[in-house]
Design a protein. Sequence first.
Length: 255
Amino acid sequence: MKDRSLVAQAPALALLFLIGCSGGPEEKKTLTQLVNENTIILSQLASFRSEEQRQGMNRFRKLGKEQGTEVVAYFLSDKEVNDERVQVLLAVLLAEWKDPRGISYLVDRLSSRDSGVVRFAVDGLKLYGELPQIVEPLGEKLKSSERVTRKAAAEVLSFMRGPGAVKQLGSRLKDETDVEIRAACILGIIEAERSEARLELLISALTDPELEIRSLAWNALSREKNIPKVYKPADDLAARAQAVATLRQWAKTRK
């Protein structure tokens, strides 16, 4: 009987032995350890080869959001990490994780002379959506003396389509001399949520000196319910001015 009892207890005793011999839960690595282990990845981000860059970003992604954001933010704040390509890709990673610490770096890189860096910055900012801490700085970038910077800012704001973005695009539309940037502004306004501000900006765009811009604005406006069809983008200046005055009056009466 005694022997049978021991036999019956054997599996349980073996399990206790294994538990006693096994180590405890894996110790969580410190930020210093993670930084030291992943510093080598920075050389991949600095590469001019897109495949190398992708591999480096994927290695950071594998850290997961909790650890990845802290490691990436550390490198981004390190003054010794001063390569623009590295900085912008680190900031894009933060944008993927919706970590706001990447915003200022991405906005600043819209002024880069490296077109690849600007492209990464534009794509990274789009990941955040419309946030006040992005919209206002982008409005400032819209006033830049550099065409590339204004164009990049207009693209991001046009993607957002919210009221804050529409306000910034409308402001720029009045003063912008570059037709391509004005087109980006008007397209962003057209795709935005319907509002009185949007309607007013579209009517104002009917006075634009460029036929293409006027046509885009009128194409959007003509879909409004009960709008008087008095405007033709190719009409002469006097006829267009009279039509715009009629449309402004219509806009007031529909409120």
